[in-house]
Each structure stands twice: as C-alpha cells, then as structure tokens.
Design a binder for this molecule. Structure first.
Ligand code: AMP
Length: 341
C-alpha cells in the first residue's frame, strides 16, 4: 500500500491529516526532539526517528521509505535543510516537480521564471551602490525572512550587513539579494495545479505575521527611532484573508501564466501546490516579490477548507488533502508518474 511521508515540521500535520482522510498510510520523518509532539496525533501511523533531517539521505531512511512505498511531500523545511542537489538525489518519489525546487532556491533562476510568467516584479539591484530608494536585503534559500533587513542607502546597507556578519548569519554581500521594497497590502496566493485535469485551482490566501517588522507598528515613532535593532522578517504565524472578488480574475490569470512558464522552463512544470507572494497597491495591482514551488505553511489555516476551496469542493478540502486526492486519482488512472518526480 502506498504511504504518504513528510518531514516533521512546517505543515506536516495538515499534510498527513489530509493523507489519512484520503485513506493513505502516513509516515513522518521526525527529529527525536519533536517525537512527543507528533505522537499526540492519531492520524500519523509511523514515526521514523532521526537525530537530524539530513538523515533522510541515508540508507536506513531511504530503505524504510521504499519499503513503505512512500511518496514524499516536499515543504519549506526540506528546502531549507537540504541543497537542491541533495533533494534531487533522493531515490524515493517526490510529489510534484522536484526539479523546480532549485528554481525556488536560486535567486537568478527564480527571477527568470517570474519574468517568463509575465508577473510584475520589483527591480533587483546588482550592487549596493545602486541603492537610491527603500530596498530589502534578502538571504538566499528558504530563510523564512530571518536576517532580512531594509536599507535606504549604501551606508545604511553596509552598517546592517556588517552587523549580520558579526552575528554569523551571513558571510558577506554574496549571501544577500537586493530588491526594491514593494509597498502595499501583502497577500500570499495559494494555488494547486493538477497535471491530471490540466487545471488550476485557487485555494486560499493568507497574510504572514513576521517578527519583528509587524511588531513595530505597536511602538510609537519616537521609540522606534531610539531602538538600535535591525528588524527582521521572520515568519511567526499566518492569518486569514479574503480578496475583493474583482481581484480574482487576475489571480487566476497570474497562476495560469506561472504554470505555462514553468512547463516551458522546467519540465514537467509546476505540478501540485505553489504560492505567489507579493503586495497589492492602491489600484489593486499585484507585485510578486517571491514564489514558492511547493506547499506553503499559510495553507495550515485551512485544514477544514478555505472560502475558495469551498467553492470548488463540497467537502472540507485542505491543501494537504488535495495533494493526497491528486495522488489517489493518479493511481486510479494509472498515471502516477504524472504527479511525482
Ligand atoms: P520572502 O522570503 O521573499 O518571502 O520574504 C520574506 C518577507 O519579506 C515577506 O513575507 C515580506 O514581508 C518581505 N518582503 C520580501 N520581499 C519584499 C519586497 N520586495 N517588498 C516588500 N516586502 C518584501
């Protein structure tokens, strides 16, 4: 019997709950320090205990997953804990397109895919000497906003960069990517693309609550100025959002353009869940500063379905469950290779 496996973090609970609801056996690769947490949930059939997630690459884990006929559901933790080459080398089927995860981790490839998708994106800067407006300095990979900072000039940038270097968070300029800061209302658009039905589904939207940038608004301006601290963008949690209905048509178009571009640039394309991340300006125009080419943790909000999945499904449909449903349909149709790599 096929089982669904994932790493114990990020959105593991939602993914395995959804898999169980669809009738799969579930397996969690779990760090020993988190065993107590995950044992609380009856829908997890088996825990494979490890000291660190890098053990996923070792034979004892791989053999276990193969023996259980597992399909791995990739999420943010997999990407942040392993290099693209390591992920690509895993000899167990991975849901979606494992090759596209490299396009998420590499800033240049990422930009290329967003340009090909004809998304409106903020300008990137090739060096700090180009800074002449508000920019955000971002670390590479799925850093989750930790160690990101804002700067308005080269001098400001260098001061903050040096501070992060002394904290050991970065080694130098090469670890940072500079992008114009996009003003507006942030929105993280969650999609699912089914290669079986050749159809995109808009699944939900969330906002992130990021420490400490989102806490700053609670402090009067005078005290903000006096605080000698570099504000980071580390995600702490997510909150729900629904969009004006008039924005939805463009939401679908952006998702479809992304799927089309991915089919061209990284075969077999953007299969499964993904997220376009950005801000809406005063005219309802969306600027995309980032994408995730796998399930995002913001979908954890909608374990019982979202205001958008409810329009498509007559039953509670989380993103985790939608993934399991796609695997189930693919198996029934003898088309599993279409949904895994
Ligand atoms: P990311 O890792 O790119 O998702 O960025 C983490 C956080 O930094 C986002 O959730 C936003 O709050 C913020 N951010 C990233 N890029 C931009 C940008 N170009 N303009 C405004 N905010 C940004």
């Amino acid at each position: 019997m096929t089982s669904i496996a994932t790493l114990g973090s990020h959105c593991a609970l939602q993914v395995l709950k959804g898999a169980k609801d669809e009738g799969f056996r579930t397996l969690l690769v779990c760090e020993k320090k988190r065993e107590k947490l995950y044992r609380r949930f009856a829908f997890i059939d088996e825990l494979v205990l490890v000291d660190s997630f890098s053990e996923l690459l070792e034979q004892h884990c791989i053999s276990k997953l193969k023996e259980q006929k597992s399909i791995i559901i990739p999420h943010g933790t997999l990407i942040s804990q392993m290099s693209s080459s390591q992920i690509e080398s895993i000899e167990v089927p991975i849901f979606g397109n494992k090759w596209i995860l490299r396009w998420e981790s590499d800033r240049n490839m990422k930009e290329r895919l967003m340009v090909e998708s004809k998304l409106h994106i903020p300008k990137s800067l090739s060096s700090s000497s180009e800074i002449n407006s508000l920019v955000i300095a971002k670390r590479h990979g799925a850093a989750g906003g930790k160690g990101y900072f804002l700067a308005t000039s080269k001098k400001d940038y260098e001061m903050k960069r040096n501070r992060l270097m002394s904290q050991g968070l970065i080694k130098g300029d090469d670890d940072l990517y500079l992008q114009e800061y996009a003003f507006g209302v942030s929105a993280y658009l969650q999609y699912f693309y089914s290669p079986i039905h050749n159809k995109i589904e808009f699944f939900g939207v969330d906002r992130r609550y990021e420490s400490d940038i989102d806490g700053l608004g609670r402090i009067p301006a005078q005290q903000q100025i006096d605080i000698d601290k570099i504000s980071s963008f580390n995600v702490i949690g997510n909150s729900q959002l629904v969009l004006r209905e008039s924005l939805l048509d463009e939401v679908y178009s952006m998702g479809e353009r992304f799927v089309e571009a991915a089919k061209k640039l990284v075969v077999p394309g953007m299969n499964g869940p993904f997220c376009l991340e950005g801000v809406y300006d005063e005219n309802g125009k969306f600027t995309t500063f980032e994408f995730s080419s796998r399930i995002v943790a913001g979908t954890n909000l909608y374990v019982d379905g979202s205001p958008y999945s409810a329009l498509i499904y007559g039953e509670p449909m989380s993103m985790g469950r939608r993934i399991a449903r796609e695997i189930k349909i693919a198996m029934e149709k003898n088309q599993l290779p279409k949904v895994v790599t």
